[in-house]
Design a protein around this ligand. Structure first.
Ligand code: SF4
Ligand code: SF4
Length: 104
C-alpha cells in the first residue's frame, strides 16, 4: 500500500489533500517523465451537489500504474512508499501527474 498525497483539490475524490478511493490507476504507458503520467481515476468536481462530505480520506491505497519506465513500477503496481499526485485546477485527467515518477 502506498501513502498518497494529492493536491488536485478539485477532484471529487479529494478530501484534505488525500484521496478517498481505496485504489487508483495512474496512466502513462510510454511516460519518460512525470509530465507524461496522469491519474486516470480523476473526476472533476462540478461543485455543489457532488461533494465529499461523507467520504473518508485514505492515507494508504493500492496504486495500479501503467508507467512501466518508472523505477517504482513492479508488474504495473506502484511499490513506492509515498507518492504525490499534482495538478490542482485540472479539468481532465491529462492535466494531473504523478510527481514521484523517476525513470529507471
Ligand atoms: S486526482 Fe486521483 S489521487 Fe487525486 S483525489 Fe482524484 S482520484 Fe484521488
Ligand atoms: S511513482 Fe512511478 S510507479 Fe508509482 S504511481 Fe508514480 S509513476 Fe507510477
Amino acid at each position: 500500500m502506498t501513502k498518497l498525497e494529492c493536491s488536485v483539490t478539485n477532484c471529487v475524490h479529494n478530501a484534505d489533500r488525500c484521496c478517498c478511493k481505496s485504489s487508483i490507476l495512474v496512466d502513462g504507458h510510454k511516460a519518460s517523465s512525470a509530465e507524461d503520467t496522469c491519474c486516470a481515476s480523476f473526476d472533476e468536481s462540478k461543485g455543489g451537489v457532488f461533494t465529499n462530505l461523507f467520504k473518508t480520506p485514505e492515507t494508504r491505497l493500492e496504486v495500479s500504474c501503467d508507467a512501466e519506465k518508472c523505477m517504482y513500477n513492479e508488474d504495473r503496481r506502484c511499490v513506492a512508499d509515498k507518492i504525490s499526485i499534482n495538478g490542482d485546477g485540472a479539468a481532465q485527467c491529462g492535466e494531473t501527474r504523478c510527481s514521484t515518477f523517476k525513470a529507471r
